[in-house]
Design a binder for this molecule. Structure first.
Ligand code: XIL
Length: 315
């Protein structure tokens, strides 16, 4: 018994969720569960570039502030997501030449991180997101195509300059287990730190699907990053399935959730686990992966699922 956050805190870990501003503004059950069960939150979309700087130099923080205010009211930490990404970034950024793009990036980071630098709720940032492709090569995004890989170090330095206390993370998907992509991430983080680039943390998104199997050697993978001296964390956990949902799939899903929590618990440098939402009523999965769904720990009517019990009992 007791909410997830109590158990997580007892283990010295955070348990987080991604928050959507729509239901946060008008759905009581959503607010109640979000506030009671979690001790950290991430904005699902509200802090992304398209939300915070839709046109150049015009910053809008209404959604971001709503998340930070909710977190403050509920004694929760905020993980900032995300500063530099190839997706959900306005076209005006993508069309800039190299000099202009670099300074737009530095200004964006300075304004967004700077807004919350003195706010004690906001403790960490995803500085760069998804810089690798699925084979572990640098993703040929507009950032890379215009600036080369130097944008990564520049982004971290700008974030450190804007907030000397925030924990600065690099975040990606399909890097939970040991594979070519996670090894590319490992090599990048190692090299950035050797160059004195302020990378404090590695985020493992954790968008899993039961039909693809559980990734191999998750605990060992987290540990090898920890041994580089960085904090690690699970940042966007969800476990989708092919619909319709059934009891067998629920059981497998619960096992995946439990395995992820146990891997984090087994690694001292793992700070915690954020689930990418909490209710199947509001999840990116159905929109992004046709025919799949039911990836979270509450169903669409806010009933706890076996995956909730698995997380609860593991913590
Ligand atoms: C997703 C959101 O959940 C959706 O609402 C949005 O339409 C697209 O982005 N990796 C990330 C997250 O880092 O920002 C993405 O969030 C999911 C994949």
């Amino acid at each position: 018994s007791g909410p997830l956050r109590t158990h997580a805190a007892g283990r010295g870990k955070f348990i987080g969720t991604a928050l959507a501003t729509g239901p946060l503004s008008n759905e009581t059950q959503y607010r109640t569960i979000a506030g009671q069960e979690f001790n950290q939150v991430t904005a699902e979309n509200a802090m992304k570039w398209e939300s915070t700087e839709p046109s150049q130099g015009q910053f809008t923080f209404s959604g971001a502030d709503a998340i930070v205010d909710f977190a403050t009211q509920n004694n929760q930490q905020v993980h900032g997501h995300t500063l530099v990404w190839h997706s959900q970034t306005p076209g005006w950024v993508q069309g800039l030449n190299a000099t202009a793009m670099r300074s737009a990036m530095q200004n964006h980071i300075s304004q967004v991180v700077g807004r919350y630098a003195s706010n004690p709720a906001v403790v960490s940032w995803d500085v760069v997101n998804e810089v690798f492709d699925d084979n572990g090569n640098m993703r040929t995004s507009f950032w890379y195509n215009t600036l080369g890989s130097s944008y990564i170090a520049d982004a971290f330095r700008a974030a450190r300059a804007a907030d000397s206390n925030a924990r600065l993370c690099i975040n990606d998907y399909n890097v939970e287990g040991i594979n070519a992509k996670s090894t590319a991430m490992y090599n990048l983080v190692s090299s950035l730190r050797q160059q004195g680039v302020p990378v404090d943390c590695v985020g493992f998104q954790g968008h899993l699907a039961i039909q693809y199997g559980f990734p191999g050697q998750v605990q060992q993978n987290l540990q090898r990053f920890a041994d580089l001296g960085v904090q690690v964390r699970i940042t966007e956990l969800d476990v989708r399935m092919q619909m319709p949902r059934d009891a067998t799939k629920d059981t497998t899903q619960a096992t995946y959730y439990r395995n992820v929590v146990n891997a984090c618990l087994a690694v001292t440098a793992c700070a915690g686990i954020t689930i990418w939402g909490f209710t199947d009523r509001y999840s990116w999965v159905g929109d992004t992966f046709p025919g799949e769904g039911a990836a979270l720990i509450y169903n669409e009517s806010y009933q706890q699922k076996p995956s909730y019990t698995a997380v609860h009992d593991a913590l």
